[in-house]
Ligand binder design. Structure first.
Ligand code: ADP
Length: 599
């Protein structure tokens, strides 16, 4: 049995637990994949808006060049150098200030005394534009990024004074790494704890920046305020550089139009926002949405032209992402738990059934040996006494009668046993037939007891009868009912030792329903406590042959109960006061039953 349980645990239960564990693990991986897919999708949205923003800036840059060339249609570059600020602002509203500077360091426009903005521009930028000072800039050239740090080393540019004006962004190392304005929750390949900006400032003079290029964008921070400039050199006069300080509010207006979510399905899921270099929201898709803007789900930097500006994506309902994963996890977890439980319960039931089958198989083996023994004992007596009589060696009449009585009793015992076995197999196969008829149970009991009396008394038993005087009518099969009484009497005889007293009672009772009760009482071994019900199970023996030396098949009471139940009654066992046992056969009185019928 232990072996079966062990096999079950090793072959079914443990593998199913392992499978369940693997399923939970793959579920977790699945959840990570889902989250990753989501973050990739949102990152793609941020990247595409950032790209459009960079394209728009490039388009404005080209537009500026066209504006400058348009001015040269009627004039030489040098002719309009002084009035460039006014002319440009008139035709191109995106310019805040238009400036002109020659490569040899002469500023033509704007006029220092024209207007406050022009004056401020000149004060802030003159030294830089005349290449008398190197400043910290974010530089973007259409021909590609120049590595300004290399330039610095080569030209030995001294930049200590220039950085005084520069941005307040935290430099973290010598190689000019800057922390980003935001801390996205999902960062691709995050190698370090902190998130660094991909744009890095470098210090250079204006002439170094221009190099051989004809146009470009440069961004610098002055008093923590971004100054974005476009510049252009016409092939007609490459010595003069025309430039524009961009009006940021107008630019932001243009950029704001790009901040949108194209996909209808994503519209309710995310909010896309344009953050300026101070981390403030310049434009967003969901106006009512509020959150910690420094902690987007994903974000992309716009680029060198707008350093530290970010396109950030926020989850409108952050719980939703984890919620659906949680629901999936919970459902699958529940399913796995139910499956494991089902396997456990199923296994338990199988083990229990197996145990029952094993017990039954053992009982059947015992039954065969018990029955063989029970057949052999009477047969031996019958043979021995009949041989003695046949040989004519016993001449004493009294002895002859006694031997014949023994032979009759043993034959009756054999018949009883064979009847029991045959009836049991008939009942098991569902072939047992009863012939129901109204009969007097007192008559049946009296007849049976009187048949059995000589045998009992011959074996030293005192048999008492207390039977009702009037007939007790039941609807039943006389022979089957007699078999119950015989079995009970036979047990009373078998399980009695010193006090050989048997009492049989038959009476009419009215509670709870009118019924007839036949009791067989003895002063024998008694039924062990706790076995009062078990003794009615097939093959079960409370006193086995080995320990008690009493032969039996374990079928007598099983049959008695089956027959009684087929009659709508029952047989029960009760302990008897003063020692011994009491078996009661209860049957419904005849008037309450149908008058005939066959089963
Ligand atoms: P068996 O052939 O073993 O007597 P039964 O089905 O008639 O089979 O009885 C089942 C068991 O019930 C017996 O083995 C015995 O242990 C117990 N039993 C039956 N009748 C009595 C009794 N009168 N006194 C004590 N034990 C009894």
């Amino acid at each position: 049995m232990k072996k079966v349980a062990l096999v079950f645990v090793l072959a079914v239960f443990v593998p199913s637990l392992v499978l369940a564990w693997l399923a939970v693990r793959s579920l977790r991986d699945q959840q990570l994949v889902l989250e990753r897919q989501r973050s990739l999708l949102y990152q793609a949205v941020a990247d595409s808006v950032a790209k459009e923003a960079a394209n728009l800036l490039a388009e404005h840059q080209r537009e500026f060049a066209r504006q400058v060339e348009a001015l040269f249609a009627d004039h030489k570059p040098i002719d309009i150098a002084g009035s460039f600020d006014g002319r440009l602002r008139k035709d191109w509203p995106l310019a805040d200030v238009g400036f002109t500077v020659s490569l040899d360091g002469q500023v033509y426009s704007p006029n220092l005394f024209d207007r406050p903005e022009a004056r401020r521009f000149r004060l802030d930028n003159d030294k830089f534009l005349c290449s008398r000072e190197s400043v910290e800039v974010y530089w973007n050239s259409p021909k590609g990024t120049i590595n300004l740090s290399q330039l610095d080393e080569k030209d030995g540019v001294q930049s200590a004074n220039a950085s005084a004006n520069s941005s307040t962004y935290v430099k973290t190392s010598k190689d000019n790494k800057l922390l980003r304005n935001v801390e996205p929750q999902q960062v691709q390949q995050r190698m370090e704890q902190q998130v660094y900006s991909k744009v890095a400032p470098s210090e250079a003079e204006f002439r170094q920046l221009i190099g051989d290029s004809t146009e470009g964008t440069l961004a610098r921070f002055l008093q923590n305020k971004l100054n974005l400039m476009f510049w252009y050199r016409s092939p007609r006069d490459p010595q003069i550089v025309f430039g524009a300080l961009i009006a940021l509010p107008k630019l932001v207006e243009d950029l704001g139009r790009l901040v949108k979510v194209d996909s209808e399905s994503l519209h309710n899921e995310i909010c896309v926002a344009l953050l300026d270099d101070t981390g403030r929201v310049a434009a967003r898709t969901t106006p009512a949405f509020q959150t910690n803007w420094k902690r987007p789900f994903v974000a992309t930097e716009v680029g060198e032209a707008l350093p530290h500006w970010e396109i950030a994506v926020y989850l409108i309902d952050p719980a939703r992402l984890s919620q659906s994963a949680q629901t999936l996890k919970f459902t699958l977890g529940l399913l796995i738990a139910v499956l494991v439980l089902a396997i456990g319960v199923g296994g338990g039931l199988i083990v229990m059934d197996l145990k029952r089958q094993l017990i039954l198989a053992r009982q059947k083996t015992d039954f065969v040996s018990n029955v063989s023994h029970e057949l052999k004992t009477p047969l031996t007596s019958i043979r021995m006494f009949s041989e003695l009589l046949a040989e004519g060696r016993v001449l004493d009449k009294e002895k002859q009668r006694s031997y014949l009585n023994i032979i009759t009793a043993e034959t009756a015992r054999l018949t009883r046993l064979i009847n029991n076995v045959l009836d049991f197999s008939r009942i098991e196969r569902g072939e047992k037939k009863y012939t129901f008829a109204k009969c007097d149970l007192v008559g049946v009991v009296r007849e049976t007891v009187e048949t059995y009396r000589p045998h009992l008394e011959a074996n030293g038993f005192k048999l008492e009868c207390d039977l009702a005087d009037s007939p007790l009518l039941v609807n039943g099969d006389r022979d089957a009912l007699a078999q119950i009484v015989v079995n009970l009497l036979s047990n009373a005889e078998k399980y009695s030792t010193d006090r050989k007293e048997v009492r049989v009672e038959a009476r009419q009772l009215s509670q709870p329903l009118p019924h007839v009760e036949v009791s067989v009482l003895d002063r024998g071994l008694g039924v062990p406590q706790g076995c009062e019900e078990k003794i009615f199970e097939q093959f079960y023996r409370a006193h086995d042959s080995l320990s008690s030396g009493i032969q039996g098949s374990g079928l007598g009471l099983t049959l008695a109960r089956q027959i009684a139940r087929a009659h709508g009654g029952d047989v029960v066992c009760e302990p008897r006061e003063g020692g011994g046992s009491c078996f009661r056969l209860r049957l419904p009185s005849a008037p309450t039953l149908a008058t005939n019928g066959h089963e």
